[in-house]
Design a protein around this ligand. Structure first.
Ligand code: ATP
Length: 282
C-alpha cells in the first residue's frame, strides 16, 4: 500500500486533491503474458500542475507512460487491470493518434527525432495534424520557448548536441498543442546548465501556458525542485507519494533518491529499517 506523506493543506500548488486531469487507477501492466512491470498503481495528475514520477531503472515509469500513450501493444504489453482516465473518460483503450488528438502527448526518452531532417522540418513534421499556417504559428511559439532551436533551425538535427536534440524532442511534442505533456527523462545524460534551460521551459509550460506536465525522471533532486507533487515507484509499485516540497525533506527520499543523509550517502541495502518498511509495504 502506498505511503502518503501528510498533505499540506496550506499549499496553493496543484495536488491530487484538486480535480485530476489524468488518472491511473489500479493499473497492472504485463509484458509477454509473463512480466509484471506495473502492479496496482494509482496516480493522479491535477490540471495545471507538474507531477513527478520518480524511480530507478526498471521501476516501471516508462511502462506507465507507454500505457498512457497507447503504445504498449508494440512491445507485447497489456493493461491487465485498472483504468486510465482523462477528463473523466476512460482512455486506456484508445489508439495513440486518438490520444494525441485529445491532447495527451509524450516527448519520448532517447530524443527520437528525425536525424536526417533539419530542426525546422522536424518541427513542421510534428505539426502534421494542423494546417500549414497553424503549424508555422506553433513552430514560432516553440522557437520562442527554445531560442537555441531558432538559431539552428536550418541545421540537420542528427548533428546537434544531446541537449539540443532533447529540446527538439520536446518542441516537436509541443507542435501538437498538448493539454497534458509527458516527458520521459528529459535530463538524461545532459550537463547541469542544459538541464537548467530545459527545466526552465517546463516551468514556463505550467506557469505561462497552463499546461499539465507528467515528468518522469530518475533525477529526483531536479524533478522535485519544480514539481508540485511526486510519486516514487519501485519494482512496479508506488512506495511513496506526496507534495514535492515535503518529499524533498522526507528522510527516506533524502537517503535513497537524493543521496543526502546525516552519515553520508547510503545504499538501499545498508539501511535495515528501510528493508523492514519495504517488507511492510509489499
Ligand atoms: P528506466 O528508467 O530504466 O527506463 P523504467 O522505470 O522506465 O526504467 P520500465 O522500462 O518501465 O522501467 O521497465 C519496467 C519493467 O518492465 C522492467 O523490469 C523491464 O525489464 C520490464 N520491461 C520493460 N519493457 C519491456 C518489454 N518490452 N518486454 C518485457 N519486459 C519489459
Amino acid at each position: 500500500m502506498p505511503v502518503t506523506v501528510q498533505a499540506d493543506t496550506t499549499s496553493s500548488q496543484a495536488t491530487p486533491e484538486r480535480a485530476a486531469l489524468l488518472e491511473f487507477r489500479n493499473i497492472r501492466i504485463v509484458y509477454d503474458n509473463a512480466i509484471e512491470a506495473v502492479r496496482d498503481v494509482s496516480i493522479a495528475v491535477p490540471e495545471g500542475g507538474i507531477v513527478a514520477l520518480l524511480g530507478s531503472n526498471g521501476a516501471g515509469k516508462s511502462t506507465l507512460l507507454k500505457g498512457m500513450s497507447g503504445i504498449l501493444y508494440t512491445e507485447e504489453g497489456v493493461i491487465e487491470n485498472g483504468v486510465i482516465r482523462f477528463r473523466n473518460e476512460d482512455v486506456h483503450h484508445l489508439r495513440p493518434d486518438e490520444l494525441v488528438r485529445r491532447g495527451i502527448v509524450q516527448a519520448p526518452e532517447g530524443r527520437r527525432i528525425f536525424p536526417a531532417l533539419t530542426i525546422d522540418e522536424n518541427l513542421l513534421m510534428g505539426g502534421y495534424t494542423r494546417t500549414t499556417a497553424e503549424a508555422r504559428e506553433r513552430r514560432d511559439k516553440v522557437f520562442a520557448l527554445f531560442p537555441r532551436l531558432f538559431e539552428r533551425r536550418d541545421q540537420i538535427a542528427g548533428y546537434m548536441s544531446g541537449g539540443e536534440q532533447q529540446m527538439l524532442a520536446i518542441g516537436r511534442a509541443l507542435m501538437t498543442d498538448p493539454v497534458l505533456l509527458a516527458l520521459d527523462e528529459p535530463s538524461l545524460g545532459l550537463a547541469p546548465l542544459i538541464i537548467d534551460r530545459i527545466y526552465e521551459v517546463i516551468v514556463r509550460l505550467r506557469d505561462e501556458l497552463k499546461m499539465t506536465v507528467l515528468l518522469v525522471e530518475q533525477n529526483a533532486q531536479r524533478a522535485l525542485e519544480i514539481a508540485d507533487y511526486g510519486y516514487i515507484l519501485e519494482t512496479g509499485r508506488v512506495v511513496l507519494d506526496g507534495i514535492a516540497k515535503k518529499l524533498v525533506s522526507n528522510e527516506d527520499v533524502q537517503e535513497f533518491y537524493l543521496g543526502v543523509s546525516a552519515s553520508g550517502r547510503k545504499s538501499l541495502r545498508d539501511v535495515k529499517h528501510y528493508k523492514r518498511r519495504k517488507r511492510w509495504l509489499s
